[in-house]
Design a binder for this molecule. Structure first.
Ligand SMILES: [Mn+2]
Length: 333
């Protein structure tokens, strides 16, 4: 008995992954574009683990790491350009589909094998191994077990990065993905002596004033469906420019729409270009927004998903409203 409910599920691929990592020397670590706390935290933890094994490590993402995760030791080493694509192994973290690595990712040039570590609903199949657990609250939770399997000491640097992964992907232990195992893993992380308030305040109470000003503009765009079950917020390029904010600054704003009494699905539209939007979904309860996002060639989890859509705010909102009306109907049956 390991004391962890999910370890038996992970064990076969965990052993495979350990073998693959031990055999590689020059390793590329990457994660989904527009990295969130789980992507950033798990990539940083992975890098510390590989360095402890004397591997040469490059952590690469096409996009910048959001400001609130740069306090993590190792965040500054993440690169956004690759001088060489000559690696023995590429570890892909928190990524349900290779396309989510971003348009700028050097797919063609990279010839080394890919190994995935992930918790999205469906494991991406085209790789040498996918250390996958859709019941894990975060990739950070899986990496804790990998750290043990690799016999790497759980340092405070690793623990802080894994804790960041888990608190951000569980909404600070509020989402249903939070399991007894999440808590067990976090208990082990806390036992290293990490400062949980320091981590939480860096992530959640360290907003640039521009972000709060942008939030003020965004909240004025609130739209609710007649039945009050769908809520929409949006940020256009004019607002972003006015507040000197990149599009990534809207991360988390969607939760204000979902927080409204009676709202079951919330959407957030960030204007990328003229008539081109990034569409994010959040749901509570039983609506699976990854299925709605899939209708627009996107993906994600049951309660959080995203895609890119062409159209105006009104036309996209209308399409989503129609899909949601159907979904609510089948839910009410
Ligand atoms: Mn994740």
């Amino acid at each position: 008995m390991s004391g962890f409910d999910r370890l038996d599920h992970l064990r076969p691929n965990l052993e495979k992954m350990v073998g693959i990592i031990r055999n590689a020397n020059n390793i590329l670590v990457t994660m989904h574009c527009r990295p969130d706390g789980d992507a950033a935290g798990s990539a940083i933890a992975m890098a510390h683990m590989l360095k402890a094994l004397d591997k040469k490590v490059t952590v690469y993402n096409v996009d910048e790491i959001p400001e609130q995760f740069t306090f993590l030791n190792g965040a500054a080493d993440i690169v956004h350009e690759l001088n060489s694509t000559d690696f023995d192994l590429c570890l892909v973290l928190d990524c349900g589909h290779i396309n989510l690595l971003g348009r700028k990712f050097p797919y063609e040039k990279l010839t080394c094998p890919l190994a995935f570590i992930d918790h999205h609903s469906i494991p991406y199949p085209d790789c040498i191994v996918n250390l996958h657990d859709s019941q894990a609250s975060a990739v950070g939770e899986i990496l804790f077990h990998l750290c043990n399997a690799l016999e790497v000491e759980l340092t405070t640097d690793i623990a802080a990065a894994l804790y960041t992964s888990i608190i951000t992907d569980t909404g600070s232990f509020r989402y249903t993905s939070t399991s007894a195992d999440s808590m067990r893993v976090c208990a082990c992380l806390l036992a290293t002596g990490i400062d949980v308030w320091d981590i939480a305040s860096n992530i959640y109470e360290n907003n640039p004033v521009e972000k709060v000003k942008l939030l003020g503009l965004v909240l004025q765009t609130l739209w609710l469906s007649k039945d009050g079950r769908l809520a929409c917020l949006n940020a256009n390029r004019y607002m972003l420019r006015q507040c000197h904010c990149p599009g990534s600054m809207t991360d988390g704003f969607i939760n204000y729409a979902r927080s409204i009494h009676g709202v079951e699905v919330s959407i957030f539209l960030t204007e990328l270009d003229r008539d081109l939007y990034r569409l994010s979904f959040r749901s509570r309860g039983n609506i699976d927004v990854s299925q709605i996002a899939a209708r627009f060639d996107g993906g994600g989890h049951k309660n959080a998903a995203a895609c890119t859509v062409k159209g105006t705010v009104e036309s996209i909102r209308k399409q989503v409203e129609e899909i949601c009306t159907e979904a609510f109907k089948s839910l009410d049956k």
